[in-house]
Design a protein around this ligand. Structure first.
Ligand code: 2NL
Length: 406
């Protein structure tokens, strides 16, 4: 059935395929393997196309059988390449070349109708088996690659919850605020209430109610910032105590920290500064209660070993008025060259006194029934003493190199 020239042609095909070495190389083929495989499939496709023009029936049948076997081998080669491909894009390229619309296998299936009837089943069977096997290998490999990629992705995305956290820069309190908190804590511990009020005050609350009438020379000592319509920036926190007394009956125990303002600027004075005032009004309060209370406060803030002393002082709103000193906590009064107390042995701490009866009357309290003591201190100055800071202006410049030291 087969003529001489067909046999020769088939022999040539077989030798060419052997020589190409594709079959043995297949397991190791990667990218280059795919290229080889593609060239191989392309040349087979040409041969399939040639078949259509061959007139001789027997020759057509023989060639069809041979070609379908070669196509099956080519598909086998392609599936081996598919199994070593680890890249989805290359795998798709391989699929299109071997199973796509213009692949050799597809071409052969289209040609089957025109082949001699006796070879159709075998050619059809071979090409279908080759197609199925290649399809299965490719889709299995695609699934495998996808799963592997997901695996890698998951491993890379893992969050290690045992890693140390990002350190968050921690702030801290300003030295003035530390002293304020210390003082306020002490009084709150005694049962005093914390009271606050406006920084813009009326002339009445800041001066008049405190026994400083209009035109009184004591006003000029305050270096007041005057605003419109009888308003001022408060020069002390005393107006908070006036408001407290006007709002309630005795007994009164309040501590009033806050910002205060005076037209002053030098190494120990800033236009804004802090004050803490306190007030106690009750039946039977004496200068002894004042001294005991303030001595305990000083020891709470500066150290339990301290001694205190009272000297006569003067304030418009207290009578009698006193100044309180602390024994020097650096030298204890024993170093004539002490940098802090300059050899004096004592440090000025605060001003205080028994509330002037005129002030009690102004807020509607009966001075015959009630007495009170009041005190005022500057936490900025106290912080300078406590932490050894020479210039008050450093407190308000916001230089972190300074502030971070406390
Ligand atoms: C000081 C002295 C002082 C007061 C403040 C006061 C308040 C009322 C009535 C009576 Cl409502 N007194 N406050 C009393 C004495 C002294 O402050 O050197 N402060 C820095």
């Amino acid at each position: 059935m087969m003529d001489e020239s067909t046999r020769k042609w088939l022999a040539e095909q077989a030798r060419a395929f052997e020589k190409s070495g594709l079959a043995e190389q297949a397991p190791r083929l990667q990218e280059s393997g795919i290229a080889e495989q593609i060239r191989e499939a392309d040349s087979l496709k040409h041969k399939v196309e040639e078949l259509r023009d061959v007139a001789d029936h027997a020759r057509l049948a023989a060639q069809a059988l041979t070609l379908s076997n070669e196509l099956a081998k080519s598909a086998q080669l392609a599936s081996e390449v598919a199994q070593v491909t680890d890249n989805l894009r290359q795998l798709e390229q391989l699929r299109v070349h071997n199973l796509g619309r213009s692949a050799a296998l597809t071409e052969m299936k289209r040609t089957i109708q025109r082949l001699p009837v006796e070879v159709r089943p075998e050619v059809g069977g071979t090409t279908n088996r080759a197609t199925r096997e290649l399809e299965q290998v490719i889709s299995a490999r695609a699934e495998q690659i996808t799963a592997e990629e997901r695996e890698v992705q998951l491993r890379e995305d893992t969050v290690d919850v045992t890693l140390p956290g990002m350190p968050f820069p921690k702030g801290h309190l300003h030295p003035s605020m530390r002293v304020m908190d210390d003082v306020v804590d002490f009084f709150v511990g005694l049962g005093y209430r914390l009271a606050e009020g406006p920084e813009v005050e009326t002339d009445y609350y800041n001066f008049t109610a405190l026994n400083i009438p209009p035109e009184h020379p004591a006003r000029s000592e305050h270096d007041t910032f005057f605003l419109d319509e009888g308003l001022v920036l408060r020069t002390h926190t005393s107006p908070v105590q006036i408001r407290t007394m006007l709002a309630q009956e005795p007994p009164v125990y309040v501590v009033c920290p806050g910002r205060t303002y005076r037209r002053d600027s030098d190494p120990t004075h800033t236009p804004m500064f802090h004050q803490i005032e306190g007030l106690a009004v009750d039946r039977g309060l004496t200068l002894g209660h004042l001294k005991g209370t303030l001595a305990a406060m000083a020891r709470h803030v500066f150290g339990e070993e301290l001694k205190v002393r009272l000297r006569p002082g003067y304030f418009q709103f207290t009578e009698p008025s006193v100044e309180m000193d602390l024994s020097c906590f650096v030298c204890g009064g024993n170093d004539p060259n002490c940098k802090l107390c300059k050899g004096a042995g004592w440090l000025e701490m605060l001003g205080a006194g028994m509330v002037d009866p005129a002030v009690l009357e102004e807020v509607g309290y009966d001075p015959e029934e009630y007495t009170g003591f009041a005190f005022g201190m500057g936490p900025d100055r106290m912080a300078m003493v406590k932490y050894g800071i020479p210039d008050l202006r450093l407190f308000f410049e916001g230089d972190l190199r300074f502030l971070r030291q406390f």
